[in-house]
Design a protein around this ligand. Structure first.
Ligand code: CP
Length: 338
């Protein structure tokens, strides 16, 4: 099992049986994520949550996941709030934090930085997004959601047809999801981006190498026909050298109900790693899709907790013992409502 005691830095580390195991553990932990039961299996364990870039979903869901397993979370948000701002190296920070924690989750603006940090850490490190490189836990929860959505349609992941739309150059969630899906059989990738924001060549080459079908599109309408999943992404404006350059891409691709009705097959699932850019000039995923039952974006975010719980349970090797430490929930929780 590649999760046990490991740093989780890239999807490249994993094979299909690892993902099957992760999803089985996530299914098993569902009652705890849904507050039907509680467990103290990680009582006494400390997670250091180090987010040197903005985050809502990843930071809070990793923290909630650790708390739901009974562990404690210590957070640092922003480089200015850490001694990195005083010139401390990533290596020294890793040596210090691994004396204080049993596990570290880290997001950082530079590609490769989390791996560099992990080399000096004595405890497992999970990459919560390193620049434009990868976001493995996002890919895990995305694929877990895809599996659920496709099961509801009587299908599996093999043979999936997916359109990945938007900023495929800088979108780390897309990079990790492309690699993760490539572990399955016969995937059709439709890579839909404005010219200049195409997926990195190395990623596309990896998909070809594994025998998958890849089509590149520069027009939204051409790329979204005949697929099972639309995976929409925002322009990663923070990765561009200047705002002027980022603005060139703002609002180029916008999916709304009208375009969906005209060009997509009924039942096409709509996903987005979020945040979506709701500013009027952007709106890559229009709010008029919010009532569309095929919009899975908040099912994705909900799944973020249970999938991250499963990651922790596997890395810290407690997945088999969770139920031994279980209690029923006695307090009111809306999660228990049907
Ligand atoms: N999907 C994602 O990484 O969201 P946050 O930036 O809010 O964590």
């Amino acid at each position: 099992m590649r999760f046990t005691g490991a740093h989780i830095l890239s999807i490249d580390q994993f094979a299909r049986p690892d993902i099957d195991r992760l999803f089985a553990v996530a299914d098993d932990l569902r009652p705890y994520a849904d507050r039907l039961r509680t467990t103290r299996i990680l009582q006494g364990a400390i997670l250091s949550s180090m987010f040197f870039e903005p985050s809502t979903r990843t930071r809070i869901s990793f923290g909630s996941a650790f708390n739901l397993l009974g562990g404690e979370v210590r957070e640092t948000t922003g480089i200015k709030a850490s001694s990195l701002a005083k010139g401390e190296s990533l290596q020294d920070t890793a040596r210090v934090l691994s004396g204080y924690s049993d596990l570290i989750v880290m997001r950082h603006p530079q590609a490769g930085s989390v791996a560099e940090f992990a080399e000096a850490s004595r405890v497992p490190v999970i990459n919560a997004g390193d620049g434009d490189n990868e976001h493995p836990s996002q890919a895990f929860l995305d694929l877990y959601t895809i599996k659920q959505e496709m099961a509801g349609r009587g299908q599996g992941i093999d043979g999936l047809r997916i359109a990945l739309i938007g900023d495929l150059r800088f979108g780390r969630a897309v990079h990790s999801l492309c690699k993760l899906l490539a572990l399955y059989n016969g995937i059709s990738y439709h890579l839909v981006s404005p010219p200049g924001l195409e997926a990195p060549e190395a990623i596309v080459a990896g998909l070809h190498q594994r025998g998958h079908h890849v089509a590149l599109h520069h027009e939204l309408e051409a790329g979204i026909r005949n697929v099972d999943i639309l995976y929409v992404t925002r322009t990663q404006e923070e990765r561009f050298p200047t705002q002027v350059e980022a603005n060139r891409y703002r609002g180029l691709f916008r999916l709304n109900q009208d375009i969906y009705t005209q060009h997509c097959q009924p039942n096409t699932v709509i996903m987005h790693p979020l945040p979506r850019d709701s500013r009027s000039a952007a709106q890559e995923l229009d709010a008029d899709l919010d009532e569309n039952p095929n919009l899975a974006i908040f099912r994705q975010t909900d799944n973020g907790v249970v999938v991250r719980m499963a990651m922790f349970a596997l890395v810290l090797q407690v997945a088999e013992q969770v139920h031994d430490h279980a209690q029923p929930v006695t307090w009111y929780t809306a999660k228990r409502m049907p």
